[in-house]
Design a protein around this ligand. Structure first.
Ligand code: GLC
Length: 535
């Protein structure tokens, strides 16, 4: 008997920003009870696992990624009881739930930091303090538009503290065993509320060492392996998903096991985001040339058989261009962010539909690649209906606007007079046109296409589990590949260009069109795609 397939290897994920989803109490902020009200929608869409963005108490300098209390829920979102109720209600519908775990840093409002800056034990060494701001100079700055140093001066303590993100997010000192234990406590607390795992935030930066760039250090991996051991021992059903915005060979290390032998099981993260493939999907589409995607996937090392990649088109952050060359970045900015307001740090703060000029063919094409290339797909809330963005809002808030449920006031999101952020209300992406209710009622809508993708994905284990073999078609505008698992072979064809491309195909079943395909020459229309199950 072959070993059972772990659930996360075949799951479809949905990234959900609680503040934006549904306001159940009319205060203008989405909340946990609101998510419960919309679980039937998510179950009907067909996703398997929700990833909740941070819901901890926080001053919200970084929208909750600045945690002020690891054991609570932000009052805007509800209570701990609501959190537990959401997990229970999700489970009752067969949905799993993972949450953000932010271990690298806290808010500067966290009591640990407040005590540390006053040198109050046991918190004196909970953060990374220094008399000089000249240490670890090889570490890059991540929030480039805001910060000029990874050190900030603290008046109270009379020392500098280390921070990889906003200055209001001091990094915890993982060299302190007490900090390491604190995080294990936090993990147990939330796992005992019923979670199915964590998306672990900003993992490459836990430790600092002079003479390095302070990313991906052996000490960081050693700690993460201890975290995994805890999970395996106490919560074997649950997963750890790694957020490491790094090159494939560096992310490979976060799966653990033996880097040279994928048959050795992973002992660090179950899953890891594949950051580098994401911008290359956009590059390939704009250039009408598959090369960037093929090259990065050929360069991606095999991962242990108990692990899985996570792939995505967009998320709650800017579309990051950290994993491309300087020349490619300039080109991506010129192509996809012509207005300087669309740029942020090393990325582009726009949503999927506006990035693709709201061209339905291109939106479907990239989603088709999301579902057919290796890795579990993650959908970002609102992209399933082609929501727009609001570049007038600061930071990444422009891609975090209220979910558009229907054409009633406030898009059916809330009954409040004032919302945490305005609903999108322009003639193209506005809620009167783009909303769930309208697309539910329309069999030809993007939402219905997304439901179809998800359903077909579940019927085709080769897409989740199969190996990958690229077609060597002479036209580089054709991105074609075979996914093969046991006796199933799926031929996936994508036309990245605005012209028709002819492909020779075998006798097959066309899954999405639901018809038999006799084989022979097939002309893919501009930006067309096919999923063919080979006979
Ligand atoms: C991750 C999050 C991002 C956050 C940062 C700092 O990159 O995705 O939203 O700002 O970590 O916690």
């Amino acid at each position: 008997m072959p070993a059972p397939i772990p659930w996360y290897q075949t799951a479809v994920f949905y990234e959900l920003y609680v503040r934006a989803f549904r306001d159940s109490n009319g205060d203008g902020h989405g909340d946990l009870r609101g998510v419960i009200e919309r679980l039937d929608y998510l179950a009907d869409l067909g996703v398997d696992c929700l990833w909740l963005l941070p819901t901890y108490p926080s001053p919200l300098v970084d929208d909750g990624y600045d945690v002020a209390d690891y054991y609570g829920v932000h009052p805007d979102y509800g209570t701990l009881a609501d959190f537990e109720a959401l997990i229970e209600a999700a489970h009752a519908r067969g949905l799993r739930v993972i949450a953000d775990l932010i271990i690298n840093h806290t808010s500067d409002q966290h009591p640990w930091f407040q005590a540390s800056r006053r040198r109050q034990d046991p918190y004196t060494d909970y953060y990374v303090w220094s008399d000089t701001d000249q240490k670890y100079r090889e570490a890059r700055i991540i929030f480039l538009d805001t910060e000029t140093s990874n050190w900030a001066w603290d008046e109270v303590r009379g020392q500098y503290y280390w921070h990889r993100f906003y200055r209001q997010q001091p990094d915890l000192n993982f060299d302190n065993p007490a900090v390491q234990e604190e995080m294990f406590k936090v993990v147990r607390f939330w796992m005992n509320r019923g979670l199915d795992g964590f998306r672990v935030d900003a993992v490459p930066y836990l430790f600092e060492r002079e003479g390095t760039n302070c990313e991906n250090l052996p000490e960081t991996h050693a700690y993460l392996k201890r975290l995994r051991a805890l999970m395996d021992a106490e919560y074997p059903h649950a997963i750890l998903l790694c957020e490491a915005n790094q090159w494939p060979e560096d992310v490979r290390a976060y799966f653990g096991g033996d880097p040279n032998d994928p048959t050795v099981p992973g002992d660090e993260f179950h899953m890891g985001f594949h950051f580098p493939v994401m911008p290359r999907l956009y590059m390939a589409l704009r250039r009408g040339d598959r090369t960037p995607v093929v090259d990065i996937l050929r360069r991606t090392p095999p991962i242990p058989s108990n692990c899985q990649w996570c792939t995505f088109l967009r998320n709650h952050d800017e579309l990051t261009l950290e994993m491309v060359t300087e020349e490619e970045r300039q080109w991506m900015w010129a192509e996809y962010a012509p207005d300087p307001r669309m740029r942020l740090n090393l990325g582009i703060r726009r949503r999927l539909a506006p990035l693709l000029d709201n061209d339905r063919r291109k939106i479907e094409l990239l989603n088709s690649l999301l579902f057919t290339l290796p890795g579990s797909p993650i959908l970002y809330y609102g992209d399933e209906i082609g929501m727009g963005d609001n570049i007038a809002l600061p930071d990444r808030n422009g891609v975090r606007t209220p979910m558009q449920w229907d054409s009633s006031a406030n898009a059916g999101f809330s009954t409040a007079a004032r919302l945490y952020a305005p609903v999108i209300d322009d003639p193209i992406y506005g809620y009167r046109r783009v909303n769930v209710a309208a697309q539910m009622a329309n069999p030809a809508s993007l939402l219905q296409r997304m439901r179809r993708f998800i359903a077909a994905y579940k019927d085709l284990p080769a897409l989740a589990l199969g190996d990958l073999e690229f077609l060597d078609h002479p036209d580089r505008g054709l991105l074609g590949f075979r996914r093969r698992y046991r006796r199933q072979t799926v031929l996936c064809l994508h036309n990245l260009t605005a012209r028709g491309i002819q492909v020779q195909t075998p006798d097959a079943y066309d899954v999405l069109a639901n018809l038999d395909w006799p084989g022979g020459p097939l002309t893919l229309p501009p930006y067309g795609y096919r999923w063919l199950v080979v006979r």
